[in-house]
Design a protein around this ligand. Structure first.
Ligand SMILES: [Zn+2]
Length: 344
């Protein structure tokens, strides 16, 4: 009898173990699925690269600090994308659907946030994306962080603003047809900003010379958005034209990605498309690096050029790192809609 009870208990324990693992596994699968299907932004690779390259354009007084934390700035270049599910208000910082506002959107939209809120209303602005305003906000925050000599905040905001500036340079971040879903071109977003840079960016000329002070950040970031939007037509049109002359089995190929067979645009299709774009991806990537370093520099100048040599040894303090970890934890919880539990 005792052994029967024992074996039954063992069995139910085994079942519990099995179900717990099965549950964990399906949560993991769901998590990976949602991650891969999420609306992309400059691929992670490109974001990391842009922040890294930006460091090399800085003047020596800034390089003592930025070079020391170059891995931090590069690795954390993708944090804003990871936060999109966790932090209310994050998602809209990465894009602006200019076409929602009609043909004269750029003339209609106020360059500064307060004026825009008064004219359009905050809810409506947030719904259609706020990247050109948020870059200005983040730049003000970075200037304050430099004034306060707050190492953690300087690093965190530098990494973040690099991300938002880079996103503003992506043509498909300025349209509600952001993934070609309105024109039967699904997948074009990741194709342009992940696949193409991963295949071809190694050959891009990224030597850009020294930084420049930006006396009007609002004007400059709006120019970036305008340039992105102007490039959008060719991004969509060339893909459509090229697709017409391609059989589906030639347009796509399958490659192993993290041990998963993944459908990607074929090398042949990518090469032809890249050639049609005539250096567009390279130009947008170069301009991103240029503006990221220029803005870091401008904020430092505006803060009165604090001695970064002295700050270089301090390192990011614990609370900021914890905040980042907590942010990512809530992101996961929100995504899976699970309650926080002290032991997991
Ligand atoms: Zn983004």
């Amino acid at each position: 009898m005792a052994s029967f009870i024992l074996s039954r208990e063992k069995k139910s324990e085994k079942n519990r173990f099995f179900f717990k693992n099965a549950l964990n596994f399906s949560l993991l699968a769901l998590f990976l699925l949602l991650q891969s299907g999420a609306k992309g932004h400059w691929g992670f690779w490109a974001h990391k690269r842009i922040n890294r390259l930006a460091v090399f354009r800085l003047p020596v007084e800034m390089q003592v600090f930025y070079k020391k934390y170059i891995d931090y700035l590069s690795e954390n270049a993708v944090n804003p994308d990871k936060r999109r599910y966790a932090v209310v208000g994050e998602a809209e910082r990465h894009f602006i659907d200019l076409d929602v506002y009609g043909d004269s959107a750029l003339a209609l939209l106020p360059k500064h946030w307060q004026a825009a809120v008064q004219k359009i209303g905050e809810d409506s602005l947030r719904k259609h994306g706020i990247v050109p305003w948020h870059v200005q906000t983040a730049a003000s925050q970075l200037t304050v962080a430099f004034k306060d000599k707050n190492v953690s905040r300087i690093l965190r905001i530098s990494a973040d603003i690099g991300h938002y500036i880079a996103d503003a340079h992506v043509p498909l971040h300025t349209t509600r047809n952001y993934n070609g879903q309105l024109t039967g071109q699904e997948g074009i977003h990741g194709f342009w900003e992940s696949r193409l840079p991963e295949l071809f960016a190694e050959d891009y000329e990224m030597w850009l010379g020294p930084v420049a002070y930006r006396k009007d950040i609002a004007r400059d970031i709006w120019k970036v958005v305008e340039g992105s939007h102007a490039a959008m037509d060719s991004v969509l049109l060339f893909e459509k034209q090229l697709t017409e002359g391609f059989k589906t089995d030639k347009k796509y190929s399958f490659e192993l990605r993290n041990n998963v067979l993944t459908r990607l645009h074929s090398r042949e299709f990518s090469e032809k498309y890249h050639r049609m774009l005539a250096g567009q991806v390279e130009r947008r990537m170069r301009a991103s690096v240029q503006m990221v370093s220029d803005i870091w520099y401008t904020c430092w100048i505006d803060a009165g050029q604090p001695d970064l040599g002295l700050l270089a040894d301090a390192g990011p303090d614990q609370p900021e790192q914890d905040a980042e970890a907590a942010g990512q934890q809530t992101w996961l919880q929100r995504l899976l809609n699970v309650r926080p539990e002290p032991d997991n």
